[in-house]
Structures are given as structure tokens and as C-alpha cells.
Design a protein. Structure first.
Length: 149
């Protein structure tokens, strides 16, 4: 908080109170704090500019996006959709609930932009909860899926 009082006010006086709820979501605790500091600086700039959106709002760097595998729950072929900011190697793996590697789905270079990897599980993959892990560049994203036989 910038100021917390106590405040002395005469009857009839008014006070403007500005509050903000800010969130920082990084890849780890330290980057989350850095992200939160950037959000706080931007909130302060917006306040000082009278909440005019004419100020320059910095663009976030493009990141990898990983959609929930479809269908979910899966009975046959699954489709893994992801978007890359630039071309590069992607590793897509499936882990069971205990963390054991159940299947390596993809380990190859993909183009920038949207990508879809279809995959049909082998017969030995039992019903249960699994975690699809997409690794691209420095990013590691996880999606939960259910296999129902």
C-alpha cells in the first residue's frame, strides 16, 4: 500500500480511495514476483494517466499455448493442439498418475503457429487419469486427461 493512514477528516470532507487487485503468474515463484511488479508499475502508470488507455501498454512476449487434449475423456484417437510462437522442437509425453512415462507421443520440430498432433493409444494403455506434458523451448505445460476404455 502506498498510504495506510490514519486519516483525519472533517465532517463533510471526502477522500478518493483507489484499490487494485493484481496477479503475477510466472513460470516459478521468482518470475511470478517479477510479473507482479510489472503489473503494479502498469497500474501506477494507468492511475497517473487518469486511467487513459492512450498510454503505451507493453505487449506480453508470445508464449506457447497448449489446449486440453480432445476428446476428454478419450476412447480412441486423441488430438493434442498447441500453438508455438516460433518453430522449434516439441516433446509431447503422457504420464500416468504416479508420474511414470506412459507414452512418448511426439518429439520433433514443429512450425510456428497452431499445430495438431493426433495420437491413438496402444492397446495396453489402461483406463485412468493421465497428464499430457508439452515441452517447447523453456516452457513446460501440463494438461490432465482421462482415458476410458
Amino acid at each position: 500500500m502506498l498510504s495506510t493512514g490514519p486519516f483525519t477528516m472533517a465532517p463533510g470532507d471526502s477522500q478518493e480511495i483507489i484499490t487494485a487487485i493484481l496477479v503475477g503468474q510466472g513460470k516459478d515463484r521468482l518470475s511470478s514476483i517479477s510479473d507482479l511488479r510489472r503489473a503494479a508499475a502498469l497500474a501506477e502508470q494507468l492511475y497517473e494517466a487518469g486511467f487513459s488507455l492512450g498510454i503505451l501498454i507493453p505487449e506480453s512476449p508470445p508464449t506457447v499455448r497448449f489446449d486440453t487434449p480432445r476428446p476428454n475423456p478419450a476412447r480412441g484417437t486423441m488430438y493434442f493442439s498447441f500453438t508455438l510462437p516460433s518453430s522449434g522442437r516439441v516433446r509431447l509425453a503422457l504420464y500416468d498418475a504416479s508420474g511414470k512415462l506412459a507414452a512418448l507421443i511426439d518429439d520433433s520440430v514443429h512450425d510456428a503457429g497452431p499445430n495438431v498432433t493426433p495420437w491413438s493409444p496402444r492397446d495396453g494403455l489402461p483406463s485412468g487419469v493421465y497428464f499430457a506434458v508439452l515441452e517447447a523451448g523453456r516452457e513446460r505445460l501440463v494438461k490432465k486427461l482421462v482415458v476410458a476404455r
